[in-house]
Design a protein around this ligand. Structure first.
Ligand code: MSP
Length: 644
């Protein structure tokens, strides 16, 4: 018998510095969906998640609550596990960095690299951002001298430290990234990382002496190991790397996908691979950096008090609707927005109306016209071929999207079939067929085809919505518990003669009036909004439009304009030229967020002075009410490219 193909996927291990929010759930739900999909494709899947429990921030948080760090993390980590269970996350392991099995491996790897001469002792002087647990050089700080990632103040640290010779691996890493197009996804992050490495890698400080809550350096117990060195190693410590019991490591490493948020791609594609190179361990096959889930009021953060608690949403809407929203609403690799209104809209439109109604209507008709017994369908007619052709195409399409972690488009593909089936009901008008005894055979075929379309759609939903298939299955008389992905590619698996069971709607409609925005410790409420489109402007000709010269421009620097809270000054690269533009987007973006982005500008707009600064053009942004998004280009188009 041939060995099963293997698939190893990981989520980041989460900091137990606070409870998890809906943004963390996004990462884990994506990884879970991928795992379930691969299982349906007959892979043996290893799916790891866990908690990143050491570091100064946790130590301080625990102290501030008057408890020992271990007692503090034990409690929070229980909450992590509960949440993943509730969200039906099918992880095969949960690693804690306080686990003995982890500590041993981290120390071994540290020692191995030290003995090789790639870790050495020296003195560290630099800036440290405790919330991000990251060191920065002077050059990397933002204009205010604060953390370039989170904008918070950094601390000046001077201490004896161990250093990892990361610089030694710079060229090898660059070559690996350039030679392995699949290593970093999406491509924008890959380019960012290549640019970062080209600026030069410095050696990395990998130990600290100013606090104790960490793994002791094995050769020098005064020091604890830097949290990122400790944390990244979880991906192999959980597999028993370097221990007697390393079958999992032998079987599953190198990992197929490290799924991470865009903010930590750098750690996974620079620090982690160089550590692995130094330890002579093969590199990950792919690091996928997904976008962030944002609120209309900006980033979710505990300090802002606008964190959305997934538990509250599960209580209110159930597990699958939350999973559906997260997967459907966040475009692959880009940011997406959460609001309870958007969640309810998605629920009502896609789940209640399109899908739920299709199931209810079909089952009700089998009940009414055939006494609940699934009829045989052997009278083909108009529209059947179109429905079947789409049913044959969509599983291939959805599969391609899932392989690229593009769940939004995968679900959109499934909904093409669902909506085609709804249209098929309107076209074939079963209620009219039922009036004519001579059309009984045709009616039977129409209903059979509808049941098949439902079965195929539901099969494709198994990875994303683990609780829904059983409910659909009960109603349409089909057992999905052992379904394989390829069942979606086969027409005709429903058995005539089985019984349907009419039940309550699978996704009862939610009255949007009952909507209330729910946030933990809410300070900033997300305003409720209804969209009213501005009236269209007067018609123009193609020649009128051609006068506007739109170009891709790269933001190379960005800062606030002094004494205004609206204006940002952007330095742009446009071909060989650099330009300055001033734009009123400061309420929506931190300057640092725009740096590196490729935006679109009107390049031939007459320059104008704003607050004493000559603005040479205007950027494009979409807005509605308080929401604004600068239009960006995702692919690697050179600055200066024309936009038509
Ligand atoms: N402990 C580190 C990871 C170490 S992995 C070796 C860490 N933890 S974290 O808890 O701060 O974040 C974990 C993950 O959650 C990151 O991938 C981060 O991008 C993701 N998210 C945190 N907030 C998020 C959103 N609002 N939206 C989407 N993902 C978000 O970093």
């Amino acid at each position: 018998m041939s060995e099963k193909k293997t698939f190893y996927i990981t989520t980041p291990i989460y900091y137990p510095s606070a409870n998890l929010h809906i943004g963390h759930a996004l990462t884990t739900v994506m990884a879970d969906t991928m795992s379930r999909f691969k299982r349906m494709k007959d892979y043996e899947v290893w799916f790891l998640t866990g908690s990143d429990e050491h570091g100064q921030k946790i130590e301080r948080t625990a102290k501030s609550q008057g408890v020992e760090p271990k007692a503090y993390v034990d409690n929070i980590v229980e909450g992590f596990k509960r949440l993943w269970k509730r969200l039906d996350i099918s992880n095969t392991d949960f690693i804690r960095t306080t686990d003995e099995r982890h500590i041993k491996v981290v120390q071994n790897i540290f020692k191995k690299i030290y003995e090789k001469g790639d870790i050495y002792k020296s003195e560290y002087e630099g800036r440290y951002c405790t919330p991000c647990e990251t060191f920065f050089t002077e050059r990397q700080l933002n204009e205010e001298g604060s953390c370039p990632d989170c904008g918070r103040p950094v601390e000046l640290i001077k201490e004896e430290s161990y250093f990892f010779k990361m610089s030694k691996y710079q060229d090898r890493l660059l070559k690996y990234i350039e030679d392995t197009p699949d290593f970093i996804h999406p491509v924008t992050r890959r380019n960012e990382m290549i640019n970062f490495i080209k600026q030069g890698l410095e050696d990395l400080c990998v130990s600290r002496t100013t606090f104790d809550w960490g793994i002791p350096v094995p050769i020098d117990e005064k020091h604890v190991i830097y949290v990122w060195f400790d944390a990244l190693t979880n991906y192999i410590s959980a597999l028993g790397y370097g221990t007697e019991n390393d079958e999992l490591y032998q079987k599953f490493w190198p990992v197929d996908i490290h799924l991470v948020g865009k903010d930590i791609v750098r750690f996974h594609t620079i620090i982690w691979p160089t550590i692995l190179m130094a330890a002579d361990i093969p590199l990950p096959k792919k690091v996928y950096g997904h976008g962030w889930l944002l609120l209309e009021s900006g980033k979710m953060s505990k300090s802002k008090g606008n964190v959305v608690d997934p538990n509250v949403l599960i209580d209110k809407y159930g597990v699958d609707p939350i999973r559906y929203f997260l997967l459907r609403e966040i475009p692959a690799g880009s940011d997406g927005y959460y609001s309870e209104e958007a969640l309810v809209n998605r629920y009502n439109t896609d789940l209640a109306n399109d899908f739920g109604n299709l199931v209810s209507r079909t089952v009700a008709m089998v009940d009414k016209y055939f006494g609940g017994i699934i009829p045989e369908g052997n009278v083909p007619g108009q529209y059947d071929d179109e429905l079947k052709a789409l049913a044959a195409k969509v599983p291939e399409e959805a599969e391609g999207f899932i392989e690229n972690m593009d769940f939004a488009n995968a679900l959109a593909a499934v909904w093409k079939l669902i909506n085609r089936a709804n249209k098929y009901i309107d076209e074939t008008m079963p209620w009219a067929l039922a009036k004519d005894e001579g059309q009984k055979g045709r009616l039977a075929t129409v209903l059979y085809n509808l049941l098949e379309a439902i079965r195929i759609s539901t099969t494709m939903l198994i990875p994303a919505l683990p609780q829904t298939p059983a409910k659909v299955g009960e109603q349409i008389g089909f057992d999905f518990s052992n379904s394989r992905w390829n069942d979606a590619k086969t027409w005709g698996l429903i058995k005539p003669g089985n019984r349907v069971n009419k039940k309550d709607a699978i996704f009862p409609r939610i009255d949007p009036k009952t909507l209330e925005v729910n946030e933990m410790e809410t300070e900033e409420k997300v305003p409720e909004k209804t969209f009213s489109m501005e009236p269209l402007k007067e018609e123009i000709t193609i020649e009128d439009f051609a006068k506007v010269d739109l170009r891709v421009a790269e933001v190379i620097a960005c800062e606030r304009v002094e004494n205004t809270d609206k204006l940002l000054k952007l330095e742009l690269k446009l071909g060989e030229e650099t330009r300055t533009i001033v734009s009123g987007v400061a309420k929506h973006y931190e300057p640092q967020e725009l740096v590196g982005k490729k935006i679109i500008i009107v390049a031939n707009l007459k320059p104008a002075k704003l607050r004493g600064i000559m603005s040479q053009g205007m950027l494009l942004a979409a807005s509605n009410g308080d929401v604004l998004e600068v239009i960006t280009v995702e692919k690697d188009l050179p600055a200066g490219s024309r936009v038509k």
